[in-house]
Each structure stands twice: as structure tokens, then as C-alpha cells.
Design a protein around this ligand. Structure first.
Ligand code: PSU
Ligand code: MN
Length: 305
């Protein structure tokens, strides 16, 4: 086993027995939502995964250790420390481990640590992608590269239109990442079910998702798979409200000269502030929805593995 990896005993036992496990990220806790809703949501997500037949493994870096599975106390610690915790992408892991520091795992590093631990299915809210204006800034999330080369299925609600969704799909195509829509052939845009961008494959059951992932493995492909699961209709937001908030947040981001790894957390926080409690409630519900689908998919996968 990797010398920097700690797997929670409950998670390690489930993996050893071939029982379903679902990975969860920690940047969504520290940078994606305010305290205390972040902690309440993280704990509730773990409960939903259990109710749907899988063992949750929230992933983080604590004191230089790569953690697959956190205790409720560790989740509370992450939620309270919030944005004071470094956001950890692939490039950050080695230094954090060497220095014994904490890191909040993004989609990228959650995939890396899940794969090290032997976890195949991962539920989150939204992924990073190609930012608007990337032709100038070259700001493209490492999440897309990780999806290209780490064999973990990521179940999300699409990507927020803080990104250039069309270019994000192009990039995923170039890097050979399968993009599946759960009950849809249109890329969902996180807060809304529609983006106007088509995707090739609609999948309608956890069993079908498990079979697609199994085929990727059997073909010897080393990459991941992206499942986009639209927010439930009753929690989706009016497109004009969300678009206006995103446009304003992007303008402020440029005016304030924010760039690099701070861009995404700034935009996420600003959009949340501008749209008030509505967007937070939507965000929480879509994560619950993804957790349910991920647990059922992990359960289906464990039967055919
Ligand atoms: N997009 C969201 N919610 C999130 C993130 C992105 O809608 O919480 C977080 C995830 O952890 C994602 C990371 O992996 O931001 C991407 O950051 P960057 O764009 O700097 O790669
Ligand atoms: Mn970036």
C-alpha cells in the first residue's frame, strides 16, 4: 500500500470484501459551501450513501496523510477551517505530504486517492473545466486531465456555466473521456438541467452505468468516465437568475485581478452570495441526488466486477 495513504477501517473492510464504496471530495466542504451547512451536508451525504447500500469515503489530506474515509470529527474540522485549508490539486500533493500539511481534495486529487485505495465510484457536485477566456488565460482545470488518465467514475451535476461548457466538452473529447447523461442527452449546467450542449450517450439506470464502466475496464482503458446527472426539476434555478449572477461574478473576478487556483473558489462563493440561500439549497440537493445515484451504481458494479 502507498506509504502516505490511510484508509478508514470500515472502508478498508468494504473494499477487501468487494462491497460498494463511494468516494466524496473535501474541497466541496472547505471551499464549496459555508459553515455549518457544509458539515451538515457532508454528514448527510454520507448517510444517504449508506441508505442506498454503499460505504462512504470522504477524501482529504490531513497532516500530510492521504485519507480515504474521514471521521465525523475530521469532517467538522475541515468544515470549520474552510477556505483556510489549501485547495490541493495534483501538483500540490507531493509538497503537502512532504511537509505534513492539510489539503482539501478537488475532483482531481479525490480521484487520485480513491484510485490508490481501490475505490471506483465518486460522487460530487460540479467538476472543473475550461474557463471562459481560456484561449488567453490557459485556465483549464486539472480535473479534465485526471478524468483522462485515472480509472474512476465521477458522478456530477454537470459543470457550472462559470466555465465555457462547449470547450469543456471539446477538451473531454480530445482526451478520450466518455461523457454520459443520466436520463438526458444534454449536458446539465449544475443549477439548471439544460445547457444547450448535447452529449452522445443517455443512460437510464445504475446497472447501465456499471456495465459501461466495466466495459472500459475490460477494454484496458486507464481513464475515467464522467456521468452528468441533472439537478431534480423541483430544485433547479431560473436560468436568467443564475446567468446574471455568473456574469457579474466573472466581471468582478477580472476587475479584482483574481486568477489561477483562486478563480474557481472566488466564482463559486460570489455566485452563492449573489443568489442567496436559493443556490445553496439547490447545491445541497444536487449533491444528495448524485450521492444516491453513485451508491446505487457502486452497488450494481460490485455485482458484476
Ligand atoms: N465546481 C463546482 N463546485 C466545486 C468545484 C468546482 O461547481 O466545488 C471544485 C471542485 O473541487 C473541483 C475544483 O475539482 O473546484 C476545480 O478547481 P479548478 O477550477 O481550480 O481546477
Ligand atoms: Mn484553474
Amino acid at each position: 500500500m502507498n506509504p502516505y495513504l490511510d484508509i478508514l477501517p470500515e472502508v478498508a473492510e468494504a473494499i477487501a470484501d468487494g462491497r460498494p464504496v463511494v468516494a466524496l471530495e473535501s474541497t466541496i466542504i472547505s471551499h464549496g459551501m459555508p459553515y455549518p451547512q457544509n458539515v451538515e451536508t457532508a454528514l448527510r451525504v454520507e448517510q444517504i450513501i449508506r441508505e442506498n447500500g454503499a460505504v462512504p469515503a470522504t477524501i482529504a489530506v490531513i497532516g500530510g496523510r492521504l485519507k480515504a474515509g474521514l471521521s465525523p470529527e475530521e469532517i467538522e474540522y475541515f468544515g470549520k477551517k474552510g477556505r483556510a485549508i489549501a485547495k490541493a490539486s495534483r501538483r500540490d500533493l507531493a509538497v503537502l505530504c512532504a511537509r505534513g500539511e492539510d489539503g482539501a481534495t478537488t475532483v482531481t486529487t479525490t480521484m487520485i486517492i480513491a484510485h490508490m485505495a481501490g475505490i471506483k465510484i465518486f460522487a460530487t457536485g460540479g467538476i472543473g473545466g475550461v474557463h471562459r477566456g481560456a484561449a488567453e488565460t490557459m485556465d483549464i482545470s486539472a480535473d479534465l486531465e485526471e478524468l483522462a488518465h485515472t480509472p474512476v467514475m465521477v458522478i456530477c451535476a454537470g459543470a457550472k456555466s462559470i466555465l465555457d461548457l462547449g470547450l469543456t466538452l471539446e477538451y473531454l473529447e480530445t482526451r478520450g473521456v466518455p461523457v454520459l447523461g443520466y436520463g438526458t442527452k444534454e449536458l446539465p449546467a449544475f443549477y439548471t438541467r439544460h445547457s444547450g450542449f448535447g452529449i452522445d450517450y443517455e443512460v437510464d439506470s445504475p446497472e447501465e452505468l456499471a456495465q459501461a464502466f466495466k466495459a472500459s475496464h475490460d477494454l484496458g482503458f486507464s481513464g475515467g468516465m464522467l456521468v452528468t446527472n441533472p439537478i431534480p426539476e423541483e430544485y433547479s434555478m431560473p436560468k436568467d437568475v443564475i446567468d446574471a449572477a455568473i456574469d457579474r461574478a466573472i466581471k468582478e473576478c477580472e476587475e479584482q485581478g483574481i486568477r489561477g487556483k483562486d478563480t474557481t473558489p472566488f466564482l463559486l462563493a460570489r455566485v452563492a452570495e449573489l443568489t442567496g440561500g436559493d443556490s445553496l439549497a439547490s447545491n445541497i440537493q444536487l449533491v444528495f441526488n448524485n450521492a444516491r445515484l453513485a451508491a446505487r451504481t457502486a452497488a450494481a458494479y460490485s455485482l458484476i466486477e
